[in-house]
Write a new protein. Structure first.
Length: 420
């Protein structure tokens, strides 16, 4: 990264991560002139390049209502110390570093300095790259409040939000403990993959001795959009995903479904949200041998236009009764779930093979909501029991985090209200 704010796209952002990134990224082509949301999520401005910087300070954290970027590096951390002061000091340093990196600046004194005998403050792989709309969003997991042995390491047990539950086991889950949970998480989104990876790498370096990465996930080809005026992206199954997603400019919907309100509390979380992260493996080789008609029956939409059954255009109001009872859209629709809506920010992934000649590929599902108890949990219970899509997918990783409100100014820091 440079020492000045930057506004033009990098070559790497346009090339992407090889062929797979190009193939799925093409689905969102034409959406580069998107609405760029600031930290408060209430105002947007049109930008025509992916090198722009997203404001870091605001009432809400950036990376939630912000226009979804092309790339993801998500990391969950375990806190490896019982020293509360050390954890607070790290969170303050993380906040300073995040504020600089999101604006296109190097961390601290940068990657090159006169102190050649000491390690540099910045790892340097983003030198010369643009901000690329980088956002960094932090969340706090149940283990930060009380570990699995019931120990209250940081005096926070009494401040655990009631909605920060241990997610129930859903039918069909095959969760890998090594890819689940975490005391902290950081979601790094950017239009340049190296910018996102650089951000997580530097936070992990700063946190060494206080936290350690538990698991991480790279993502490409966004599968949801918070800018409904842009073309809806497609998932690895070839279907448009997130047609009815909450818009980043819909203040009323964000207030109702995403932001934690005064009455919901606790006070330190007001203006924040809850994040569900689910790693969903797709059996794409089996899917690819399934007829087009069956694929469309399973989703309840046509594959080309994305129109709901019996309709002509993607955004036509669906007739749920025209779909099969186990169609994915019918089961996931708000009308089938008491009006529950989630703000989705998922990404596709491919992580090599499973050792049996099949791609380890699928959807890294990310969803924000004001309360999982009347949001993700009832919706997923319905899908897990009835969804025809279950024949082709399996949930293999899971985590839940409480996402605090935004950092207000240079004197504020991630988690200040929680630890105060």
């Amino acid at each position: 990264m440079t020492d000045e704010a930057v506004t033009s796209p990098s070559r790497r952002a346009l090339i992407g991560w090889g062929g797979a990134g190009l193939a799925l990224g093409a689905a969102a082509a034409g959406g580069t002139a998107a609405a760029l949301g600031g930290g408060d999520g209430d105002t947007t401005r049109t930008v025509a390049d992916s090198g722009a910087a997203v404001p870091f300070y605001g009432a809400h954290q950036a990376g939630i209502a912000t226009a979804v970027q092309d790339r993801l590096h998500f990391a969950a951390f375990d806190v490896t110390t019982d020293d509360r002061d050390a954890l607070i000091a790290m969170l303050k340093e993380w906040t300073k570093a995040a504020a600089r990196m999101t604006q296109g600046h190097s961390v601290g004194g940068g990657a090159v300095s006169d102190l050649a005998e000491a390690p540099p403050d910045d790892t340097g792989e983003a030198l010369g790259l643009k901000a690329s709309r980088l956002t960094l969003t932090i969340g706090f997991g149940p283990g930060l409040f009380e570990d699995k042995k019931g120990k209250d390491r940081f005096g926070l047990a009494g401040r655990r939000p009631k909605a920060l539950i241990d997610l129930p086991a859903f039918p069909g889950d095959n969760l890998d403990a090594a890819r689940s949970d975490g005391d902290l998480c950081v979601q790094a989104c950017a239009d340049d993959p190296q910018v996102a990876v650089h951000a997580i790498r530097n936070l992990a370096r700063i946190g060494m001795g206080t936290v350690a990465i538990r698991w991480s996930q790279l993502g490409f080809g966004k599968t949801s959009s918070t800018t409904p005026e842009a073309q809806t992206p497609r998932n690895m199954m070839g279907f448009k995903d997130g047609t009815r997603n909450i818009s980043g400019t819909d203040a009323a919907a964000l207030k109702k479904h995403v932001w934690v309100g005064q009455k919901a509390g606790p006070d330190w979380l007001v203006g924040g949200s809850y994040l569900v992260a689910r790693r969903i493996r797709m059996h794409i080789e089996t899917w690819d041998r399934t007829s087009l008609k069956e694929q469309e029956d399973i989703f309840g939409r046509d594959k080309g236009e994305g129109a709901p059954y019996g309709k002509q255009r993607e955004r036509d109001e669906p007739n749920l009764k025209a779909m099969l009872p186990d169609a994915h859209v019918r089961l996931a629709h708000p009308d089938s779930n008491g009006g529950a809506r989630l703000l989705r920010r998922g990404y596709s992934f491919t992580d090599g093979t499973d050792g049996l000649g099949r791609l380890d590929a699928g959807l890294f599902f990310l969803a924000y909501q004001h309360d999982v108890r009347d949001g993700f949990v009832p919706v997923q219970r319905s899908l897990a029991r009835l969804d025809a899509l279950n024949e082709y997918i399996q949930h293999v990783g899971s985590a839940l985090f409480a996402v605090p409100p935004g950092v207000r100014d240079k004197d504020d820091w991630w988690g200040r209200a929680l630890f105060s």
